[in-house]
Design a protein around this ligand. Structure first.
Ligand code: ADP
Ligand code: ASP
Ligand code: MG
Length: 814
């Protein structure tokens, strides 16, 4: 004898029913087969909805009824059964009975658990009949049998307990003398000893199958569903989840108990005692291996077997200074809940016994609150206990694995992974058997939590980074193109899965949870929604993706003002915008603190020297115990370009214009030429060296003409360059006379910093600096005479983009 169970999806369409029949037909050639079926997918929910509507005097129960009717007749038509008058008559009769029941509920305005069970039983009664008739029609030796005549329970409606002695006898008696090769049984439904219709709890068809499998002592139980086995986590929420090949009964039970809906938790019990393996298979993909649940010793590489979650959790916290002294306190608490038939899903108690936390189904929260407050009425009045605190919209996530107890640090890893992603944990429980660690978190964080934990425990090889880029002008565009080009390399070689989840320019913005398709990102952006800085932040926050990084490729003050908000959401910040780092010292420090507190990197390598590893080197020197004594640097790619190209045959105006056209200057060239940009850079290096300093502490000797310094617009400024050509030629002539080169130099020494245009003699390392190159010389305790020198292109869209890219990868390697 073989026992197979098919879920709602498997019997929800003619195509799937045909799959079911071909699977059964195959088996029936060799052996007798019992096939347990669920109601057609979604029907149980609709029956309950119709009941609720009728009870509430809402006449739309008739629409819901009609929908239920249509769904069944659609299946019948698809299966070409509509011409069989006996089938149509049977289904009509059942549907009429259902309609009468609903009318009755409507009339009396009441829906008891007993009536509810009668109501939902129509789903399985109809599906089992239709499947059996289809098989008969196709010439198979098949018939249906009502499991209400076999499975006997107590009268605990909606989740009745089975009387195994009578049930097993009934099943054996029936199947000992069965004639047909295939018997179709409705799952989920049963009867009490006094003949009332009962059910085995939502998802209970799996349980029916296990009861039959155990009674018949078959070799294995097959559960056919719409996914290829029990997955490492819910495949609807985590794309990377994959089927577990083998799993123990205990692990399967824990996972299903904590929400892995693929298996109804009580299913394991009847087959466990007899050591009957459960094989979970996919009706839509019968060749897939599926999952085998058994007692077999399983050696697996990861101690964590799966992660599951249950939603709609309410957390009850009972606390109070007088709690320790109250006798039988826990007993009274648990008795109260048990009397109200409220199931406790999770318990944690502080070792001080000052508080106890219980996780229960959110639907039971009000009932629990009233009952508990009533039980402890006196103690509450005496202020020994506070009234119970109820929190809702929570969810439990659980890591499960038999082997977890033999591995240290799993809970640490779990909590630090959640913490890094700003997922707040409300309560923690670890089963004494250490087969499960569960945490209560906000419902809205579940998807992120499952994905990030799955990545941590099952995909240690790849880390997903979700990038949100603001400012796709010159540099931003290059960055997107570099990412597009390097994605595969990063995945293959660095195990980083880099995705751009948000993009914005000053006008438009787009987002994609799956990562924006980069083949036509410009077009998509053009068609995006209207961009606002706050809108970009709100969308990024709402997506709530793990390892999110905000990338600022603007030179905008308002964008820099938002870093604080991003960091507080544990969203990392990578910026080439240097406004934040060179702003008020308090703000710089605050961002650094937030970065540490929220575990969100704040990186700004491109603030100084574009793609050159200047800040990183400085940080490494300091981290390894070195001390900076002085810094001498040429830090302006644009000024270097200007003074390398300016001479007595060129015009200062033309050279500056060219530098702007090549993208070497800031959008407003005055920021470069006034020395402010360089001042900001040396300020950042000074701060990163550990010195508290502000921009106004930096001595800045301007080389611009007075009118240049005073110009009040970019256009006006350019005009002064033409007018004051003689002033600039004078600077050149003076340097040339001394055989020197003009370089704009920044210095940091002894806690002080200055910037100025200097005449550099030919024996100085700065003398030969070409094009837009930068150079930095670090004099430190370890490099007292010969400085550590970093030199190379210090401006330009390509190198700046690659510097940003390097920061992003740094986050990935973190
Ligand atoms: P059936 O109607 O066949 O009984 P269910 O809907 O009850 O099917 O259970 C299958 C569903 O369980 C899957 O479609 C999936 O959405 C959900 N599920 C949740 N967690 C898991 C998991 N860890 N592995 C597989 N499926 C899971
Ligand atoms: N039809 C029932 C439900 O939806 C039982 C089952 O499908 O297992 O809960
Ligand atoms: Mg199910």
């Amino acid at each position: 004898m073989k026992v197979l169970k098919f879920g709602g999806t498997s019997v929800g369409s003619s195509k799937n029913i045909s799959n079911v029949i071909s699977i059964l037909d195959n088996y029936a050639k060799k052996d007798k087969v019992v096939c347990i079926v669920s109601a057609v997918g979604g029907i149980t929910d609709k029956l309950l909805l119709a009941g609720k509507q009728a009870k509430n005097k809402d006449t739309s129960y008739i629409d819901t009824f009609n929908l239920i009717k249509d769904i069944h007749f659609n299946v019948i038509n698809e299966l070409n059964l509509e011409k069989s008058s006996s089938i149509v008559a049977f289904v009509d009769e059942k549907l009429n009975a259902l309609k009468s029941l609903l009318d009755g509920i409507f009339l009396i305005n009441e829906l008891s658990p007993k009536t509810s069970d009668k109501l939902v039983s129509f789903g399985e009664l109809l599906s089992s009949y239709i499947i059996a008739e289809t098989m008969k029609n196709r010439g198979l030796s098949a018939d249906s049998k009502n499991s209400q005549e076999l499975i006997v329970t107590n009268s605990n409606f909606t989740k009745a307990e089975v009387d195994y002695a009578i049930t097993n006898k009934n099943i054996l008696a029936y199947f000992n003398s069965v004639n047909q090769q295939i018997t179709v049984l409705p799952g989920f439904i049963s009867k009490s000893k006094i003949g009332e219709q009962t059910t085995l709890g939502r998802g209970g068809s799996d349980f029916t199958a296990a009861i039959v499998a155990a009674a018949l002592k078959v070799e294995q139980l097959e559960i056919w569903t719409d996914v290829s086995g029990m997955f490492t986590t819910n495949p609807k929420l985590v794309k990377q989840a994959y089927p577990i090949e083998k799993i123990s009964y205990q692990e399967a039970m824990e996972l299903s108990h904590f929400g892995a809906k693929v298996l109804y938790p009580p299913t394991v019990q009847p087959v466990l005692d007899l050591n009957i393996p459960i094989h979970i298979k996919n009706t839509l993909e019968p060749e897939a291996a599926g999952t085998v649940i058994s007692n077999e010793e399983i050696i697996s590489s990861s101690p964590v077997k799966g992660i599951s979650n249950i939603g709609n959790i309410a957390l009850l916290t009972l606390q109070g200074s007088g709690m320790i002294g109250i006798p039988g306190f826990s007993k009274r608490l648990f008795e109260t809940l048990s009397q109200e038939k409220i199931n406790i899903i999770l318990i944690t108690q502080a070792s001080s016994e000052h508080s106890i936390c219980l996780g229960i189904d959110e639907n039971d929260a009000e009932l629990a609150q009233t009952a508990i407050d009533a039980t402890f009425e006196n103690e509450i009045a005496l202020h020994k206990i506070d009234p119970i605190i109820v929190e809702k919209d929570l969810s439990i996530i659980a890591l499960v694995g038999d082997n977890m107890k033999n591995h240290q640090g799993i809970s640490g890893k779990m909590f630090s992974t959640l913490g890094k992603n700003n997922i707040n944990i409300r309560a923690i429980a670890q089963g004494a058997s250490e087969k499960n660690i569960s945490a209560v978190i906000l419902q809205s964080d579940v998807k992120k939590a499952l994905n990030t934990l799955h990545e941590q425990f099952f995909e240690t090889k790849t880390k997903q980074l979700n990038i949100f880029i603001t400012g796709v002008g010159n540099v931003g565009e290059k960055l997107v193109e570099q990412i597009k080009q390097q994605r595969k390399y990063l995945k293959d070689n660095l195990k980083i899965n880099l995705r751009i989840a948000g993009l914005s320019n000053s006008r438009k913005m787009i987002f994609s949870e799956e990562g924006i398709d980069l083949t036509n990102w410009k077009e998509q952006l053009e068609n995006g929604e209207q961009a606002t800085l706050n809108g970009f932040f709100e969308n990024t926050k709402a997506l709530n993706l793990r390892n999110s990084i905000f990338v600022d490729v603007t030179a905008n003050k308002d964008v820099a003002g938002l870093y604080e908000k991003y960091l507080r959401q544990s969203i990392g910040v990578v910026a080439c915008n240097k406004i934040a780092c060179s702003s008020d010292y308090e703000n710089y420090k605050l961002l650094k603190r937030l970065s540490l507190k929220y575990n969100a990197p704040y990186l700004f390598e491109t603030n100084v020297g574009a793609g050159l590893p200047i800040i990183d080197t400085l940080n490494n020197l300091i981290a390894s115990g070195d001390k900076i004594t002085s810094i001498h640097a040429v830090l302006s790619g644009s000024l270097n370009f200007v003074f390398n190209n300016f001479n007595d045959t060129t015009k200062f105006y033309d050279v500056v214009k060219q530098a702007a056209a090549e993208g070497y200057t800031e959008p407003d060239p005055r920021i470069d030429l006034s020395g402010v940009d360089v001042a900001r850079k040396i300020l950042i290096l000074a701060r990163e060296s550990g010195v508290e300093m502000n921009l106004e502490n930096i001595e800045n000797t301007p080389f611009l003409s007075d009118s240049g310094m005073k110009s009040d617009s970019v256009d006006d400024f350019y005009q002064t360059l033409i007018k004051d050509e003689a002033h600039y030629q004078g600077l050149y002539a003076s340097a040339k006379a001394k055989n020197c080169q003009l370089k704009y130099v920044a210095q940091f020494n002894d806690g002080k910093a200055n910037v100025s245009l200097q005449e550099i003699p030919s024996d100085h390392p700065f003398y030969n600096l070409k094009g837009k190159d930068n150079i930095v010389m670090f004099y430190t305790q370890r490099y007292p005479e010969q400085p550590m020198i970093i030199k190379g292109a210090g401006a330009g869209a390509d190198v700046t983009a690659s510097g940003l890219f390097a920061d992003i990868i740094r986050v990935g390697n973190d």
